[in-house]
Ligand binder design. Sequence first.
Ligand SMILES: Nc1ncnc2c1ncn2[C@@H]1O[C@H](COP(=O)(O)OP(=O)(O)O)[C@@H](O)[C@H]1O
Ligand SMILES: [Mg+2]
Length: 303
Amino acid sequence: MQLPPSIDAVQELLAGQGYVCGRPLATVVFLSLTLGRPLFLEGEAGVGKTEIAKALALALDRKLIRLQCYEGLDAATAVYEWNFPAQMVAIRTAEATGDRSRQQLTTELFSDDFLIERPLLEAMRPDGRGAPILLIDELDRTDAPFEAFLLEALSDFQVTIPELGTIKAPEPPIVILTSNRTREVHDALKRRCLYHWVDYPDFPREMEILAARAPEASAALSREVVAFVQHLRTEDLFKKPGVAETIDWAKCLLALDVINLSPETIADTLGAILKYQDDIAKLQGSEAKRILDQAKATLDATP
Ligand SMILES: Nc1ncnc2c1ncn2[C@@H]1O[C@H](COP(=O)(O)OP(=O)(O)O)[C@@H](O)[C@H]1O
Ligand SMILES: [Mg+2]
């Protein structure tokens, strides 16, 4: 599958996977693909950062390799590991049969057969369908040493395994990094990438997303759901609902055969949009009704 030749083509490709992509985001995606630069996407949780990598992989028919970051992730586990249990078994077997020299055995133990490839090494391997997409997800969860290591790996797309030598990607992978911005990622890494802040969608775009992801919902219910969530995001909450929550909520309401929002149905289903007890408590009493009234007023004002 060829890379998309224009920004419009990027939007079309992603739309084909049910991903609604605004012009600014489509532009950085296009540039990143064309220039071969890593793409750094930052934004609140649930705004569609991870999803774009998945949609792109499907649309371009490329292998998606995901490196999920977490606290304590180190270079070794991100690149490769030796299959220690299998090596032990091989040593025992060799000892029992006694038919190999020490030298032979060592060469055998540190060969491809005992190598467990982790995402970064996997992404350096050629793939029949073209360069894979390497998703480095939630980078903000790791620490500075890992970032420094990544910076190097992303600059020359090669990894060195002492026992095997240097492995270089014949074609660099398409790299997408995401961060939920629980901390700032270092400048040096950001400078290597094209950057885009993925914001909450506005009303028309969130309607489009809902139509793509929960087409069973009626237009009337979708409008109320989106308007309510949009108003809810302007409230002072510990964790604002993302697009994922809007979609979940619409599906919950559908499952309950709700036709129109009411303060009661909202109270019953708040757990689909708010995930912190403090936030839920804030919406109890007359608050949900106040926000619903505001949302309905906005809807009446916009055709
Ligand atoms: N622009 C979009 N188009 C279609 N679906 C979207 C879009 N943005 C978010 N979603 C939906 O929201 C869900 C959560 O998005 P995700 O990419 O996991 O968020 P993030 O990685 O930013 O936390 C996705 O599974 C997808 O269904
Ligand atoms: Mg994500």
